[in-house]
Design a protein around this ligand. Structure first.
Ligand code: PXL
Length: 280
């Protein structure tokens, strides 16, 4: 029987404030791949800008769900993990990788934990160590510079990066065990921002124009667009180019629309641009 590419996206559901699964599902679906999901927790909103959010850990559901899946024996082309709801889920993810990684399957870990030099609410340094060990089980990891610093112990720098610093961070990230690393938040020149993509041999810098301001959920937009491009067969460098350009298009749209940044970026209206990039 013929089949479509399938991505398994494992993130929380933040009901309001576009991030994690409310972003991964539509973007990966737009890439043409089927997006299956495993929710790690349910929150009324994300934790970055709303008072009084609710949080329910779904760890108890994970094993019954995956036990059922094991009876169905369906192929998965890429597993994409993001925000995890508890420390215990880190070990659960390792089991899922072992049980569901297909023959040519790609395991992508976004070690979602923090930004701007700080961990998000609900995470601590112990969690960061756990995330570092999960990164060791992935084929591809996509931290930002904050997450990279918490996982490698290298100092966090807010700005003023040079290539030596970025190469040292990439080297330390490869040291965690992943073959491919895409590091976000890299900048070498004023007004430019992007990502460094390393396959362990070559490093490419994929840059675009910096748009001032803090836009929530862009890491998940970037990661989803990257995974969508990779399952469509784009090599790492080209997939990263697409993810950078799509994320910047989303931010530009949001800036022009003047919507409240904590509600996430207006990624929906630029999905046609993403689909066009995948046709190129
Ligand atoms: O976008 C990352 C993210 C995902 N999920 C939850 C979050 C955040 C960032 O704050 O709070 C629940």
């Amino acid at each position: 029987m013929k089949r479509q590419k399938r991505v398994l996206a494992i993130h929380d559901i933040s009901c309001v404030g576009r991030c994690s699964l409310t972003v991964a599902l539509p973007i990966i679906s737009a890439s043409g791949a089927e997006c299956s999901i495993l929710p790690t927790s349910v929150l009324s909103t994300h934790t970055g800008g709303f008072e009084g959010f609710t949080f329910r850990d779904l760890s108890d559901e994970i094993k019954p769900i995956t036990d059922h899946w094991k009876t169905l024996n369906f192929p998965i082309d890429a597993i994409y993990t993001g925000y995890l709801g508890s420390f215990a889920q880190i070990e659960m993810m390792k089991e899922i990788f072992a049980d569901f990684r297909g023959e040519n399957g790609l395991v992508c870990v976004d070690p979602v934990m923090g930004d701007n030099g700080r961990l998000y609410a609900l995470f601590d340094e112990e969690f960061a160590k756990g995330m570092a060990s999960l990164c060791g089980k992935a084929d591809l990891i996509m931290p930002n510079l904050t997450e990279a610093s918490y996982m490698t112990g290298l100092p966090y720098k807010e700005s003023g990066y040079d290539e030596d610093y970025i190469l040292a961070v990439l080297d330390a990230l490869h040291g965690l065990g992943a073959e491919k690393v895409v590091l976000t938040g890299v900048s070498f020149a004023e007004g430019k921002l992007g990502a460094a993509a390393s396959d362990g041999k070559n490093v490419s810098y994929l840059m675009n124009n910096l748009i001032e301001g803090y836009y929530h959920g862009t890491g998940d937009v970037f990661g989803s667009a990257l995974v969508g491009a990779l399952v469509n067969g784009f090599p790492l460098k080209e997939a990263t180019r697409i993810a950078v350009d799509y994320t910047v298009a989303c931010i530009r749209k949001t800036r022009d629309a003047q919507t409240e940044p904590r509600y996430g970026v207006c990624f929906e209206q630029v999905l046609p641009e993403y689909i066009d990039m995948l046709k190129s």
